[in-house]
Design a protein around this ligand. Structure first.
Ligand SMILES: Cc1ncc(COP(=O)(O)O)c(C=O)c1O
Length: 303
């Protein structure tokens, strides 16, 4: 798989007016399913799983998880069995209507649905041992795929070609991708993380893996929390796609780019700042999100 991605500079009147440049690093183009940070997070995990002789990958996720979709596909591609532990028992009867889970199953993933209460134990060693007893020995990937090997992979998102950018922006779920970017950033660079989730736990989680200090979380663009979207956000994602030909996902990258442009509007960045925003993928989630939006009589995301 091609590991080098392209830079796409965005041309918008707001950016010209404020004399700020915004470039998107198209990690989403790495692969339709193992795209963006998923490819980076998986790379060293797959190498480790192979070298330790595991034939199965086991991981955790919610109904629309990009990580579940990517693990299923990467497993199939590299000869691993895959098991997905999915949050929400209620899905066991209707999962085939969920495009992410259906795709994961079509790629060979065995799905196990557990209650939200049991799901809270997903990092508890005794629960993990129980899963090992049930499924045999396997390489376990935590929710969102973040572990030390994933962070090592995410360090490869930034390369010497990015050295010229003063600000690097990335969407944040568990914080593993941001930690990799922080570790790979240059001394002249500031790293901004845009959490797509609500909560104060992220700084501590990021500090477990990040080894440098020039970073900050911009916490006001989560739109109510994980997978919560508003009509304003949907309109923004559709409008941005129409003007730039770049598709964004509504859960992560849409919120980040909305936030960046809002900060530009508010003169958060000095004139001549060069911003690099990482497109971490997640586009497989659009179809599932549209099903939810349609149910709620909201405008849909353009495909
Ligand atoms: C498309 C996309 N972007 C960004 C992120 C955030 O990554 P992380 O969990 O490493 O913070 C995720 C989460 O998995 C994602 O699916």
């Amino acid at each position: 798989m091609q590991e080098k991605t392209i830079h796409q500079e965005i041309s918008l009147p707001l950016l010209t007016e404020k004399q700020v440049s915004l470039t998107i690093k198209r990690e989403d183009l790495l692969h339709p399913l193992i795209s963006g940070n998923k490819f980076r997070k998986m790379k060293y995990n797959l190498i480790a799983a192979k070298s330790k002789g595991f034939d199965t990958l086991l991981t955790f996720g919610g109904a629309y998880s990009n990580h579940i979709a990517a693990t299923a596909y990467a497993g199939k591609l590299h000869g691993f069995k895959t098991i997905g532990i999915i949050r929400g028992e209620e899905l066991s009867k209707k999962w085939e209507a969920n495009p992410t889970l259906k795709l994961a199953s079509e790629h060979g993933m065995q799905l196990k649905f557990i209650s939200r209460e049991d799901y809270r134990d997903k990092e508890n060693p005794s629960y993990l041992k129980k899963l090992q007893r049930e499924f045999g020995s396997c390489h376990m990937l935590p929710e969102g795929g973040t572990n030390a090997l994933a962070v090592q992979g995410c360090q490869e998102i930034l390369t010497h070609e990015d050295a010229d950018f003063g600000v690097i922006c990335c969407a944040v779920g568990t914080g593993g991708t941001l930690a990799g970017i922080i570790n790979a950033s240059h001394e002249n660079q500031h790293v901004l993380g845009f959490p797509a989730v609500k909560g104060d736990f992220l700084t501590e989680d990021i500090c477990k893996f990040a080894s440098k200090g020039r970073w900050k979380l911009i916490t006001k663009y989560h739109f109510g929390g994980y997978a919560k979207v508003s009509t304003e956000l949907i309109d923004f994602v559709n409008d941005f796609r129409q003007k730039t030909q770049i598709p964004l996902d509504p859960i992560y990258t849409g919120k980040m780019v909305f936030g960046i442009l809002d900060l530009v509007q508010q003169d958060y960045f000095l004139p001549n700042t060069k911003i690099l925003a990482i497109h971490t993928g997640g586009l497989q989630g659009i179809v599932g999100m549209n099903i939810l939006l349609k149910k709620n009589n909201k405008p849909l995301l353009n495909l």
